[in-house]
Design a protein around this ligand. Sequence first.
Ligand SMILES: C[S@@+](CC[C@H](N)C(=O)[O-])C[C@H]1O[C@@H](n2cnc3c(N)ncnc32)[C@H](O)[C@@H]1O
Length: 143
Amino acid sequence: MLEIGTSNGYSTLWLAEAARVNGGRVVTLEHAADKAAMARANFARSGLEECIELLHADAGAWLARAADASVDLLFLDSDRGAYAGWWPDLRRVLRPGGLLVVDNALSHAAEIAPLEALLRREPGFACSTVAVGNGELLAVKPR
Ligand SMILES: C[S@@+](CC[C@H](N)C(=O)[O-])C[C@H]1O[C@@H](n2cnc3c(N)ncnc32)[C@H](O)[C@@H]1O
């Protein structure tokens, strides 16, 4: 799994719990040094550290170098204004059949709209917004 936007690592821990059950792992990206340090400390106390790789990195730069079709599940929760610009790389790194989850789809719908428009225009992507929490936009890449 790839998480973009770690903050203190709260959502990472939920992803890591699922990853552990499935023999997977989570790579999580955070560009703010203080938040990355906080997350690192939380991961060390969590018992899930072996499933988590925390990278202090800018997501746009990291995505540009990431391998094609290397991500099963991508959780997007960071700089919403950058999402549409990241779309070519988000689409490229997600494997066929992979799932993109975009947080704040309802709480910040206007900020998510440019990415959602691109997604819904994309042939074969199955998209749905789920009204849990702040709203999650789910999109499955066609096989
Ligand atoms: C809403 S918080 C993430 C919350 C976390 N996913 C959770 O639910 O526990 C967004 C985070 O994205 C980080 N961020 C914003 N733009 C980024 C970028 N270009 N690259 C990496 N991290 C970024 C911010 O520093 C912030 O910590």
